[in-house]
Design a protein around this ligand. Structure first.
Ligand SMILES: C[S@@+](CC[C@H](N)C(=O)[O-])C[C@H]1O[C@@H](n2cnc3c(N)ncnc32)[C@H](O)[C@@H]1O
Length: 267
């Protein structure tokens, strides 16, 4: 197995840790914003890539689009299927690697990815795949955390403790506008890049850290892997929560910004 294939196998297990659907629930507003920005409408063929339990897929289905949701982690596919069946939504769920999508060229009118494609280890491969399966005149839309918000800072911090192997790109680079424009230039001359915001809200500082340790898979992975060094990471994590907290009266409000990218397929 190649290094990249081995990395992906490890990442599938990693995304299954914690309670990702609990995290995803807080990201739904970004999915709704992205689907609206992409102009997805009734009858459109939509592919949600690295869908997790389906935030963008659910938002797109709400417009009357015909939606396929994909992810490479079996536990998230199962969670997504259960979620959308419970909501009575007709969404097709399929296992797929963002870097090797099992679809024909031009099979979709829109491809979305909410904080998903940014975690594929080879950005150029993943973005080329997204455009390959998009029909001429269609749109590729994605969101990615920026380095200068709470979640971006956390992503950077986790990267210090859970480093990806040599040769793979940092997920947070997808949140840098010049990098995004360079990566998308070969595929799209009509690119809209804007900023969106999520606020993570918790009742108190201790509740924030407890919630993160229970639900955030990267932190669960770190606790299992780092041994004594976990205490240092935990302290730095708590430090970022305190530094970014804009809440009052003991409550916690953590602002996180993201890039919202809508790229029109040139051909
Ligand atoms: C932060 S979550 C985002 C999930 C979802 N889009 C949402 O809105 O909550 C990142 C997702 O990317 C998926 N993922 C990471 N690398 C992937 C790859 N190479 N192919 C497919 N899915 C991938 C993970 O399994 C996880 O579900």
């Amino acid at each position: 197995m190649s290094d990249v294939a081995q990395l992906k196998e490890r990442m599938k297990d990693f995304w299954a840790l914690g309670d990702y659907p609990a995290v995803a629930k807080r990201l739904m507003p970004a999915a709704e914003t992205l689907v609206a920005a992409c102009g997805i409408a009734v009858g459109d063929r939509v592919l949600d890539v690295a869908a997790g339990d389906g935030n963008a897929a659910v938002a797109a289905a709400g417009t009357g689009a015909r939606v396929t949701a994909t992810d490479f982690a079996p536990s998230l596919l199962a969670a997504g299927r259960a979620r959308t069946e419970a909501q009575g939504l007709d969404i097709r769920w399929e296992a797929a690697d963002a870097e090797a999508l099992p679809y024909a060229d031009g099979a979709f009118d829109a491809v979305t990815s909410v904080f998903g494609l940014m975690f594929a280890p080879r950005p150029e491969v993943a973005i080329a795949e997204a455009f390959r399966v998009t029909a001429p005149g269609g749109v590729v839309g994605l969101t990615a955390w920026t380095p200068d918000g709470f979640t971006g800072q956390i992503t950077t911090l986790m990267g210090e403790y859970l480093p990806v192997p040599l040769g793979t790109d940092r997920p947070i680079d997808w949140g840098i506008e010049t990098t995004v424009r360079r990566r998308l230039a070969p595929h799209s001359s009509g690119l809209e890049v804007t900023r969106g915001h999520i606020v993570w809200e918790f009742p108190s500082l201790p509740a924030t850290l407890a919630w993160q340790e229970a639900n955030f898979g990267a932190l669960v992975a770190a606790r299992g892997m780092l041994g004594d060094r976990y205490a240092e990471l935990r302290e730095r994590f708590a430090g970022l929560i305190a530094e970014w907290n804009r809440g009052e009266g003991g409550a916690v409000r953590l602002p996180a910004s993201y890039l919202l990218v809508v790229a029109h397929h040139d051909r």
